[in-house]
Design a protein around this ligand. Structure first.
Ligand code: HEC
Length: 148
C-alpha cells in the first residue's frame, strides 16, 4: 500500500513537476540523473548503479523467460561508501538502505529456488525504497524489473 502511494505520488509529480509539493522530488531527480557528458565525470556510485541495474535486469529477464539464473554478483557492497554526486546525503540513513539491499541480495541467493521470485521482488523493492528516499529518476525503470 505504501509502495502504491509512493508510485502514485511520483506519477503525479512527474505529470505536474512544477507544483511546489513536488519541488523536492524534482531536485532529487536532477541530483541522480548524471549525464555521461558531465564535465566532472560520473560519480563512483552512479557507475556502480549502472552495473547494478544491468545485473538486476538480467535476473529479472531470467525469471521472466525461465532461463538460467545469473551467478551472485560480487562487489556491490561498495555502494555503502562509494562517492555520491549528492554530497548532502547523510551516511547513517543511506547506509541502512544500502545494507537492507545487500541483505536482500544475500537472502535471494540462499533461498530455495521455489522462493526465488518472491525474494527477487523483495530485492527490487529495496532498490525502490532507497530511490523513493533519495533519487526518483530511475523509479519507472526499476518498477519494470518486478516479476509477476
Ligand atoms: C542505498 C540506496 C540505493 C539503493 C539500494 C539503490 N540505489 Fe540506485 N542510486 C542511489 C543514488 C543515491 C543514486 C545517485 C548516484 C549518484 O549520482 O551519485 C542512484 C543512481 C541510480 C541510477 C542512475 C545511474 C546514473 O546513470 O546516473 C540507476 C539507474 C539506479 N540507481 C538504479 C538502481 C537499481 C536498479 C537498484 C537496485 C538493483 C538501485 N538503484 C539501488 C541510491 C540507491
Amino acid at each position: 500500500m505504501k509502495k502504491l502511494m509512493l508510485t502514485v505520488l511520483a506519477g503525479i509529480c512527474v505529470l505536474a513537476g512544477t507544483f511546489s509539493a513536488c519541488k523536492d522530488q524534482t531536485a532529487d531527480k536532477q541530483a541522480c540523473e548524471v549525464k555521461p557528458l558531465n564535465p566532472n565525470g560520473d560519480s563512483e556510485l552512479a557507475l556502480l548503479m549502472r552495473e547494478m541495474t544491468q545485473t538486476t535486469e538480467a535476473m529479472s529477464a531470467a525469471l521472466k523467460n525461465g532461463t538460467a539464473f545469473p551467478e551472485k554478483p560480487q562487489g556491490f557492497e561498495k555502494m555503502i561508501n562509494a562517492v555520491r554526486t549528492d554530497t548532502t546525503i547523510e551516511q547513517g540513513p543511506y547506509e541502512a538502505y544500502a545494507k537492507g539491499w545487500l541483505g536482500a541480495l544475500d537472502r535471494l541467493y540462499t533461498a530455495p529456488e521455489a522462493n526465488r521470485k518472491e525474494m527477487f521482488n523483495t530485492l527490487v523493492g529495496n532498490c525502490e525504497s532507497c530511490h523513493a528516499a533519495y533519487c526518483h529518476g530511475p523509479l519507472d525503470r526499476i518498477a519494470k524489473m518486478h516479476v509477476k
